[in-house]
Design a protein around this ligand. Structure first.
Ligand code: AHR
Length: 616
């Protein structure tokens, strides 16, 4: 007896009798294609405060005073100007972290303080530990001390500790504070006591409970939501932030590794992208940098898929490109990244990985060249990258782009040109209304099979409600994506990687909607779209099986969308059926010719009904 799991994503519950019956034949004994282990993955970009203020658990914004507006995020309070003041000093030594704050206090009662507002406030959970650290140098070490206070939104102290015994040299001081209460929009307050001059830098506050307990690490609940998806790959770090508004603003992985104080902060390109949703305080600290991305992939058992700048800034913005004669440093970045991930201790970049604490290679197999680039300037640069990468690393699988739309002039041109080259996969992006997803469920059934495979690298059904400017995560969009994904699965011989985008959004700081996972400073919520992703990714199977109705694939015929896989490790046959209408549909399955009896196993929750089918 073979177990069959049957998944339904429905508008209404399915009845198993009394309606005109749809007869589907499942050719379970003749699998047609292998499902790639990388089939369902995640796309991560620092948009909507996804990294700083989100996944990266640092609670202090502008911790090293390196934002162009040096005191952004900080607020002084004092009873009298003479009692204390702050001066931001720039060492002007061309170092990455060249600024620090000099606090002069002149009051034994300590009524001068400096507060950090966090990222739309700081979230504190009751009875939890928070790790504070700060670099300090003092001219009057014995006469000064700092009370570190965690405050709730109304200014009530919910935890504190003292830092003292400073010296004339820079040192890092640490303390752990336990909270007596929760706060959704709390803040950090540094109360300066005594009289004298104190210099501070790298002011940092992290929850003690980070993912895997790593100090300075990632927010537990958010990583857990990713882990629950069991992603086959993680694409990082974007998205448009790879490109930057101009080349100076592009993502450069080498500036994101090593000591966090030495990672070069830059403006996040989503900072000013949408005037309606502007976020002038949005910067990239790179506390979550390439080393941490690789670790995250390793933790989740996901293949790393880094996307690198190909010498082109965002074509929706400046469209700046590097002169072809100056492309080599960009290519070197790509070659060096492969060495950083896979090289041994004898190599320059492999050695650095050793020194960072990871002797084992990360075993990176994929690399993306450019994000959403288009026209000949992309192909021209892509060709040089491809030649350099494949001649040094013939095994590496290159992911190339096809522009911002899933059809049209740019798209057709990219595919035509790239077919003559050797990318392993071509990245397609679809941000479209639900109707597009429903009507494109058969998009890949007739795609050319020769040549590169498809990476459905960014997609989301954009469903508008009440003429709102931005789209919503709702039932309709989730259902449309599920319908479309049956088409991706059915064509798993061709479509080998897929990821919804964007991944995260802070409810008080987003720029783009819809998004897969929403969070505030304390909690996170998975959308219906997330559960659709999870159905597919946790029921990936190993081989696609053909399922036909009257000898045709089921891709919207009378509102049904169907795909199926077998899992040769568990012996399961897993069938996904989407009904996009409000009509109850009665479906009879004939598995490889034999009729089956159905038996309801469980009705687990609102989107999903699981049936066990016993084969006669
Ligand atoms: O996912 C949001 C953005 O959409 C990505 O940064 C970009 O690649 C696409 O235009």
């Amino acid at each position: 007896m073979k177990r069959i799991i049957w998944f339904f994503a429905l508008v209404v519950c399915i009845s198993i009798s009394s309606f005109s019956q749809r007869k589907l034949t499942v050719y379970a004994d003749k699998p047609v294609a292998a499902v790639s282990p990388t089939m369902w993955g995640v796309f991560f970009e620092d948009i909507n405060f996804g990294a700083d203020g989100g996944l990266y658990a640092e609670l202090v914004k502008n911790r090293s005073f390196e934002f162009p507006t040096a005191m952004m995020g900080w607020r002084e309070s004092r009873t009298n100007y003479q009692k204390g003041r702050v001066l931001v000093i720039n060492k002007s030594d061309n170092s990455i972290n060249s600024r620090f704050a000099r606090i002069t206090v002149n009051n034994l009662e300590g009524n001068y303080s400096l507060a950090n507002e966090g990222f739309r406030g700081m979230g504190f959970h009751k009875a939890k530990q928070y790790d504070f650290s700060i670099m300090i140098r003092s001219e009057n070490p014995k006469d000064c001390r700092i009370k570190v206070q965690l405050l709730n939104h109304s200014g009530k102290e919910i935890g504190s500790a003292f830092i003292e015994n400073f010296s004339n040299d820079w040192n890092t001081y640490r303390t752990t504070i336990v909270t007596s209460d929760s706060a959704q929009r709390g803040k950090l307050n540094l109360l300066f006591e005594g009289t004298g001059v104190t210099d501070i830098d790298m002011v940092s506050l992290f929850p003690h409970d980070t993912w895997k307990g790593r100090p300075g690490g990632l927010r537990n609940d958010l990583v857990q939501k990713l882990a629950d998806l069991k992603p086959g790959f993680i694409r990082f770090p974007g998205g448009c932030i790879v490109e930057g508004k101009d080349l100076a603003n592009r993502y450069q992985w080498k500036t994101t590794i090593g000591n966090v104080a030495d990672r070069k902060l830059i403006m996040n390109r989503w900072n000013v992208e949408f005037p309606r949703k502007s976020a002038p305080d949005y910067y990239q600290s790179f506390g979550l940098g390439f080393y941490e991305y690789f670790l995250l992939c390793e933790d989740l058992g996901a293949e790393p898929l880094p996307i690198l700048n190909c010498g082109m800034a965002c074509q929706f913005n400046s469209g700046e490109v590097v002169d072809m004669k100056e492309l080599q440093p960009y290519i070197d970045d790509a070659l060096d990244l492969i060495e950083f991930s896979n090289g041994d201790e004898s190599t320059k970049w492999g050695k650095l990985r050793y020194e960072l604490g990871h002797p084992q290679p990360f075993n990176m197999k994929f690399i993306g060249v450019g994000n959403e680039q288009w026209e000949p300037q992309y192909i021209e640069r892509y060709k040089v990258f491809e030649k350099a990468l494949l001649s040094r690393y013939p095994q590496i699988k290159i992911v190339s782009g096809s522009g911002p739309s899933p059809d049209g002039e740019y798209f057709n041109y990219a595919w035509k040109e790239l077919r003559q080259l050797s990318p392993a996969l071509i990245d397609e992006h679809y941000y479209k209304p639900p109707s597009w997803f429903f009507s494109n469920a058969s998009r890949y059934d007739s795609y050319e099979r020769k040549g590169p495979k498809v990476f459905a690298g960014e997609y989301a059904a954009h469903s508008r409600e009440n003429n709102e400017a931005e789209s919503r995560n709702n039932w309709e969009s989730a259902l449309a994506e599920a319908a479309f994904m049956t088409g991706l699965e059915r064509n798993a011989d061709l479509v080998q990687m897929c990821s919804y985008a964007p991944l995260f959004a802070h409810v008080d700081a987003w720029q783009w909607r819809p998004d897969l996972i929403w969070f505030d400073n304390l909690n996170s919520v998975a959308t219906p779209n997330y559960y659709v992703q999870k159905f597919f990714s946790t029921n990936r199977g190993t081989n696609v099986v053909k399922i036909l109705e009257n000898n045709n694939v089921v891709a919207g015929n009378d509102s049904l969308y169907v795909s199926g896989v077998i899992d040769d490790k568990t012996g399961e046959l897993i069938i996904k059926i989407v009904n996009s209408s409000s009509k109850v549909q009665d479906v009879e399955l004939n598995v490889s010719g034999s009729k089956v009896k159905r038996q309801m196993l469980s009705c687990s929750f609102w989107l999903q009904l699981i049936y066990t089918v016993i084969i006669n």
